[in-house]
Ligand binder design. Structure first.
Ligand code: NAP
Length: 479
């Protein structure tokens, strides 16, 4: 076992097990093999982690921005220097191809680097006073202890987007990674120690989601909760935050439309569709969920998309050349099978895949379904798997209406050569992230976040740091 693969909680600078010694097994989704165990912690361990963070807060917040920026740069360097090992851990626990895992790890380093830089630009303002002899000012202050709860699909970069701004702003963190993929998060504990963060500033613990989150939500010492995961759990946490009026950032589910107009560069659109759909086996919140293709190019487009899907190499993430790994667990495979069967029952035509992959286990065949219709479950539900339902449309107005007909509003993609239409789509699509003729649109410099039931708050950009700061107003009178 490498030094980065930890099987203990990091609480107040100590690596410890659960109070009652309980553990949870963690397995590799590619073959079901046991990777190791993690502590099955609950409310008591969480309370201690929060206390440790709370105790560390005054001294950490008092560090100068240059000191905090230096710590973050050291953390980014640790991630980059250990990228190969971190990528291997990520693939082992999550299943994605090693190249994708390495990309995620390097993107984590880029987020930490970005927030190291942004830390030095957290300025307040001096406001022109309507009164004589007074000076009106705003100043920025860290919100306090931050709790972060993250999902299994991006176990490293989702943490980076939360830990990065929190630490840059001067907030200690208590982190709960997903139980299916805890080792990337626990490795962050090791890296934070090596980077020189003081004890108690970074705490990581694993275990019962309900017990850990329950303590986080009830504890008044936690001033902000940042969550990435399903809309269902996000809503629960929002209700829980009301009790102590915590600040929240919620990155929740998505149902991205991918729209291709007759005038699009088809080669580019096909390449984009493959990435937007099959990356991480379709298990990303910004994966395209519904592919809308204009009638004039529909037959050629679905045929080509199906050919490309059939050619994908489905294999364990550590295998050379793997392009699509396994799904995360058995319920995920079951859900995908149900969604595909529902689409078939309602008239969908399978052009590729349509069943678990011949490799068995948790592998599902890359799937393209033609003649998709609005009454299919895949239209309203987040698929979270390698299944592309393709719908036919006639007009721009019609497709914008169909694209917006969902409770979600995270990402949308469109391919067109018409500049006027591109701007109309920018206005018309009710989404927080819009890619026109591009699908790889996420980078630390931009404010990532959803509209409607896809969440609130931004990660990345200057807004990503601002979400971890409070604005205080001071009036200085009698001048
Ligand atoms: P999830 O089931 O909501 O789990 C996310 C996290 O919440 C995990 O750490 C989980 O812990 C924890 N959790 C589970 N039950 C909880 C409870 N009752 N109270 C508090 N926390 C609880 O989501 P997931 O299946 O891991 O992730 C997939 C979802 O995340 C999708 O909907 C996807 O769209 C969304 N996502 C959104 C974004 C975005 O930026 N908008 C990015 C990535 C993913 P356990 O692992 O211990 O159950």
């Amino acid at each position: 076992m490498t030094d980065l693969l930890r099987e203990a909680n990091l609480i107040g600078g100590d690596w410890v097990g659960a109070d009652d010694g309980g553990t949870i097994d963690v397995t590799n989704p590619a073959d079901g093999a046991l990777i190791g165990t993690i502590p099955k912690s609950g409310a008591a361990e969480t309370r201690r982690a929060i206390d440790a963070a709370y105790a560390a807060f005054p001294a950490y917040a008092a560090k100068t921005v240059t000191e905090r920026a230096a710590l973050l740069r050291a953390l980014a360097a640790e991630i980059t220097d250990n990228a190969d090992e971190l990528a291997r851990i990520l693939t082992l626990e999550q299943g994605k191809p090693l190249a994708e895992a390495r990309g995620e790890v390097l993107s984590s380093a880029a987020y930490i680097q970005w927030f190291a830089e942004e830390a030095r630009r957290t300025r307040g303002e001096v406001i022109p006073s309507p009164w004589p002899n007074r000076r009106l000012m705003t100043t920025k202050h860290p919100v306090g202890v931050v709790a972060a709860i993250t999902p299994w699909n991006f176990p490293s970069s989702m943490l980076a987007r939360k830990i990065g701004p929190a630490l840059a702003a001067g907030c200690p963190v208590v982190v709960k990674p997903a139980t299916a993929t805890p080792y990337s998060g626990l490795a962050w504990g090791v890296l934070a120690e090596r980077a020189g963060f003081p004890k108690g500033v970074v705490n990581v613990l694993t275990g019962s989601a309900r017990a850990i989150a329950g303590e986080i939500m009830d504890n008044p010492k936690v001033r902000k909760v940042t969550f990435t995961g399903s809309t269902e759990i996000g809503k629960e946490l929002l209700r829980g935050a009301a009790g102590t009026v915590k600040k929240v950032s919620m990155e929740l589910g998505g149902n991205a439309p991918f729209i291709v107009f007759d005038d699009a560069d088809i080669d580019r659109a096909i390449d984009g569709a493959m990435i937007a759909k099959f990356r991480n086996a379709g298990q990303t919140c910004i994966c395209s969920n519904r592919v809308y293709v204009q009638a004039g190019i529909y037959p050629a487009f679905v045929e080509r998309l199906a050919e490309r899907a059939k050619a994908l190499k489905v294999a364990p993430g550590l295998e050379e050349g793997a392009e699509q790994g396994p799904l995360v667990d058995a319920p995920a495979l079951e859900k995908i099978s149900e969604l595909v069967q529902d689409a078939i029952d309602k008239g969908g035509k399978i052009l590729a895949g349509g069943a678990p992959h011949a490799r068995g286990g948790l592998f599902y065949a890359p799937t393209v379904i033609a003649d998709a219709t609005p009454d299919m479950r895949v239209t309203q539900e987040e698929i979270f798997g390698p299944v592309a339902p393709v719908y036919r449309f006639e007009t721009e107005e019609e497709v914008i209406r169909m694209a917006n007909d969902t409770v979600y509003g995270l990402a949308a993609y469109a391919y067109t050569a018409d500049l006027g239409r591109a701007f109309r789509l920018q206005d018309g699509l009710e989404y927080g992230l819009i890619g026109i003729n591009e699908v790889l649109i996420v980078t630390p410099e931009i404010p990532f976040g959803g509209l409607k039931e896809s969440g609130m708050g931004k990660e990345g950009g200057w807004q990503g740091l601002d979400d971890y700061l409070e604005t205080r107003y001071t009036c200085l009178g009698g001048l």
